[in-house]
Design a protein around this ligand. Sequence first.
Ligand SMILES: [Zn+2]
Length: 210
Amino acid sequence: MILETFPVGPLQCNCTILGDEQLREAIVIDPGDDVSRIHRRLTERGLTLKQILVTHAHIDHVGGALKLKRLTGAPIYMNENDLPLLEMMGAQAAWLGLSTPETAPPDSVLADGQTVGLQNYAARVLHTPGHTQGSICLHFAPLRLLIAGDTLFAGSIGRTDLPGGDFDQIIESIQSRLMALPDETNVIPGHGPATTIGEERRSNPFLIGV
Ligand SMILES: [Zn+2]
C-alpha cells in the first residue's frame, strides 16, 4: 500500500494519496491546490487515479479537484449538501484573498454509508455535518485509518463560524460517529499533525465533559 499525505496550498490542507502497489491504482483525497505536484507523485509511482474524493467544499480542500480531473480523467466525489458552498467559490476566494479556482459539480455523490475507494482499500463514508453541511469522513476499517477532513483535528475541531457551520452539530457528529470508532484508529485531519481516536477521546478539550 502507498499512503502519502502532504500539505497543499496557502492554507496547508492535508492532501492524501492512497495507492495499491499491485494494481497500480490510486485515490486522491482533498486536492485543494498544488495539482501539478499531486499529479507528478501519481506519475512517478505509475499510479492510475480512480477517484478524487473531497471531504467538503471549502476552497482549500476542493480548489484543485477539477484541474486534477482534467489531467487524469478521474471522477470527483462529494457530498451533495455542500453544493451551495461549491457555488460560493468566488466568495470563498474573496474571504482569503485568493484567485477563484474553476469548479464543476461532482460526478458522483458521497452519501452516508456508501463504500468508495479502491478494490483492496475500500472506505465507508461517514456523513459528519457541522463544519459544513456536506462534511464527510472516510473510514478505512481494515487499515485502522480515518481521513477526517476539517471535522476533527489533533487537540481541536473544525470551525463552525462559516456558512453551513453548526457547533452543536459538529460535536454530535464527532461523538456519535467518530468516537464510535476504535481507539487505535489513526486519524489524518484536514490540517496539521496526525492523531488517533483514543488520543482525542482522552485529551481533546472540545470533547471532554460533553
Ligand atoms: Zn474547511
